[in-house]
Design a protein around this ligand. Structure first.
Ligand code: MD6
Ligand code: FE
Length: 214
């Protein structure tokens, strides 16, 4: 059912706002190159569940590549050059990641996007991400590029107040969401993942979020 909807959408664009959209299937041609790179990154910097300042464990497991990595601990959220689990620099950003992120940003109207951070999230069924704004980056003129792989998720895209009504947008394997400019600080989140099986990735969703953080 989802597969049929996803396949009919490939190559289309959904507008989420003035400067926010979903590029359906944009990442599909890159998938054969992306998956081994993700495996390699996760072998050097394993996926882990971080804690928040409030002491809650984040259900989504994460790792990073690039000069900066998004981290959370009892002191809060921040970008760091080193993996707190190993003390090592995060794995380098693979060239194919940069190419995909930059081309997707350009297709969405953001030229010259050169991310220095790629957060890799792994969602299992039941995992969710509550509504939040991305505000740990230095320059809010830079967009966010978010690549979905594996089983589908329902993305929530709200307004500038947490209480604003949210749009619900299904994100499928290969979709790329981009938001920036006037839409850069909009609240967003992910609803609890439903149990499904993806032919390439199994029972999981991988999300890659690219940012110019520093
Ligand atoms: C997603 N992730 O995983 C979108 N934002 O589909 C985020 O929006 C996000 O995972 C800030 C910090 C961590 C995140
Ligand atoms: Fe976010």
């Amino acid at each position: 059912m989802f597969d049929l909807l996803a396949s009919t959408l490939i190559g289309t664009r959904d507008s989420l706002g003035e400067q926010a959209c979903v590029l359906r299937g944009f990442a599909l041609p890159y998938v054969p190159e992306l998956l081994p790179e993700i495996e390699h990154i996760a072998s050097a910097a394993p996926l882990r569940n971080m804690v928040t300042a409030g002491g809650h464990t984040i259900s989504v497991a994460l790792t990073n590549c690039g000069a900066l990595g998004w981290t959370s601990d009892r002191r809060g959220y921040r970008y760091a050059a080193h993996d707190p689990a190993t003390g090592l620099a995060w794995p380098a950003m693979p060239a194919v990641f940069l190419r995909l992120a930059s081309l997707a940003a350009a297709a969405a109207g953001f030229d010259n996007f050169q991310p220095d951070a790629c957060l890799i999230n792994r969602y299992l069924p039941g995992n969710r991400l509550s509504l939040h704004q991305d505000k740990n980056e230095k320059d809010f003129r830079e967009p966010i590029v978010s690549v979905s792989l594996g089983i589908p998720a329902m993305f929530l895209f709200g307004g500038h107040q947490r209480s604003d009504k949210t749009q619900r947008i299904p994100l499928f394997h290969g979709d790329v969401a981009v938001w920036g400019g006037a839409d850069r600080m909009r609240y967003h989140g992910v609803m609890p993942l439903k149990e499904e099986n993806h032919p390439l990735l199994g029972v999981r969703r991988i999300n890659m979020t690219f940012r110019k953080a520093g």
